[in-house]
Design a protein around this ligand. Structure first.
Ligand code: BV8
Ligand code: ZN
Length: 246
């Protein structure tokens, strides 16, 4: 059977000193976490873009906090899948791997990746809008909305909502990683949300060898040297196993 991986991709990865990876909701789909495009049933009647916003939160803090509590429950039940684990394994064969993720599910960390840039924050962190105090687990237990025990302000998830700036230090590191990567992998992202979506383009412009792993071509497909069509949980373990010295 013909090799699903172009020889150049294998060679480039074997020779790479720095591999940068952008991941989106698609890499967590096989962990049972709904992607944004196919938001799971319970919340299907709202579009994420309608909930992941400060004005939606201010308008109905209970509804937004309940959405995040629901997602935390789903994520805590979920486990990293072979795609997340393969990216952690990649660190054994490539000197420097930077995982830049749009996901807020913490699965790359649980899979063992050691250099992770969380562009959009994390579901597991919450803080007070007024005094900034990080919320504890009991602060967000029981019925939402949740008030800060120190100042009574509203507690919100530590995620980047639409219209909000990304953490500048993390964004800077992400662009620097894209600009310095020998190989850039775009995995499980529709690449429509900016500024994350410009990272694969920045990598291509900076001379990285680029590859997309997705069940369908995304908006950055035209910038990719290689398009691997399929599930990341199936493709990544196979790809990484081809890199270790046989
Ligand atoms: C900002 C955290 C500066 C919260 C998220 C017009 C043009 C360009 C930009 C804009 C515009 N209008 C507005 C903007 C800016 C806006 C934006 O980009 N909007 C888009 C919708 C056009 N961006 C922002 O607001 C950002 N901030 O710009 O600040 C600023 C400040 C003030 C004023 C102006 C500007 C903030 C964006 C961050 C928002 N927060 N998440 C939370 O999670 O609740 S975004 C959220 O949605 C995700 O983090 C992710 O980024 C995005 C979803 O995308 P994906 O992860 O790719 O998931 P998706 O479901 O779309 O696709 C899944 C993919 O997986 C698919 O391709 C599918 O084929 C594939 N797949 C499925 N299964 C598998 C698979 N692949 C492999 N294997 C499988 N098994
Ligand atoms: Zn407070």
């Amino acid at each position: 059977m013909n090799d699903p991986f172009p020889a150049e991709l294998i060679e480039r990865l074997k020779a790479a000193r720095h591999v940068a990876v952008l991941t989106g909701a698609g890499i967590s789909a096989e962990s049972g976490i709904a992607t944004f495009r196919d938001a799971d049933g319970l919340w299907a009647r709202f579009k994420p873009e309608e909930l992941a916003r400060m004005d939606a939160f201010l308008d109905n803090p209970k509804r937004v906090q309940d959405w995040y509590s629901h997602r935390r429950t789903v994520v805590r039940r979920a486990r990293p899948n072979p795609g997340h684990l393969a990216l952690a394994d990649l660190e054994r064969v490539v000197e420097r791997v930077t995982v830049i993720t749009q996901n807020v599910d913490g699965l790359h960390e649980r899979a063992g990746s050691s250099r992770i840039l969380e562009l959009h924050g994390s579901l597991e962190r919450n803080y007070c809008v007024d005094c900034g105090r990080p919320a504890t687990e009991e602060d967000i237990t029981g019925d939402a909305p949740y008030a800060c025990p120190t100042c009574g302000g509203m507690i919100r998830p530590d995620v980047v909502w639409f219209g909000e700036m990304l953490p500048s230090d993390i964004l800077e590191k992400a662009f620097a990683a894209a600009a310095s990567a020998d190989v850039f992998l775009s995995i499980g992202t529709s690449a429509v949300v900016h500024p994350a979506a410009s990272l694969p383009v920045e990598a291509a412009r900076s001379g990285a060898f680029t590859a997309e792993i997705n069940v369908e071509a995304s908006a950055v497909a035209p910038y990719m040297d290689v398009e691997l069509t399929g599930k990341s949980g199936e493709i990544l373990p196979e790809l990484v196993s081809r890199l270790s010295p046989s």
